[in-house]
Design a protein around this ligand. Sequence first.
Ligand SMILES: Nc1ncnc2c1ncn2[C@@H]1O[C@H](COP(=O)(O)OP(=O)(O)OP(=O)(O)O)[C@@H](O)[C@H]1O
Ligand SMILES: [Mg+2]
Length: 272
Amino acid sequence: MAASETIPVIEAWDVRKDYGDIHALSGLNLRVMPGEIYGLLGPNGAGKSTIIKIITGLAEATSGGVKVLGLSPEDSPVEVKSKIGYVPETTMLYESLSPRDFFEFIASVRHLDKRVADDRVTKLSAAFGLQEYYDSPIATLSMGTKQKVTLIAALIHEPSLLVLDEPLNGLDAKSGRIFKDLISLHAQRPGCAVLFSTHIMEVAEHLCTRIGVIYKGRIVAEGSLDELRSKATGAAGPQATLEEVFLSLTHEQEEVAETVKALRDAFSPATA
Ligand SMILES: Nc1ncnc2c1ncn2[C@@H]1O[C@H](COP(=O)(O)OP(=O)(O)OP(=O)(O)O)[C@@H](O)[C@H]1O
Ligand SMILES: [Mg+2]
């Protein structure tokens, strides 16, 4: 590779992942370049968390390959993990520790300079208003506050790639806003990128530089919202919202209509 050639932050090719008879991923291709905020948008069970786990080295692909900054998560797990900050779908925290203890633990496991790590944690905690919970056991914190702890822990080592699986679920409006700014700032740092999955159309619409629509284990469409609009058919025209585009691309419009009808029937008063 020529020295001037930019290495993708994420490269995934023909990734398949089977769980027994379930094809969680069936030939997924993905490339995320530095500076990008790539949003994976897909229905429940589409394979979002599965590809995220493969990229972060928490699961192995059945076939196909993944590279993070040119490194394979399977062959170089420690190096790849040092380049990634990962916020999982469900927070996994040591509930008896306080945020302060937890951040110190993470900094020591990652062999970070204590002063640098403390400074970073202090600034991030202030941004999210976490200081007042700093010495409380994590078990006593609200879901959104736990999510902030997870997010800060993912950023302590200044990773190049930030990977977030459904990150905004528990955050209130103010924290959501700070979080979005933080994502934008992260992607602007040299060589950095963000990959996240979401169901929240508004987030994908306003934050992502590119959106990949994932459906049944494959990326079925990819691009900016305008590019996706032009690819979508049916009800999705030039003025379509991302929700309409999404439903059209995943062929779920009919299913939604049928489900709504079934719900109406279920909720309508029984006729004697
Ligand atoms: N450990 C597992 N064992 C068996 N099947 C699994 C496992 N993990 C995921 N699957 C299956 O793989 C498919 C993709 O799951 P995945 O969690 O990647 O979906 P998702 O897009 O993240 O969905 P959601 O929006 O609900 O989080 C689903 O059919 C799921 O049931
Ligand atoms: Mg998921």
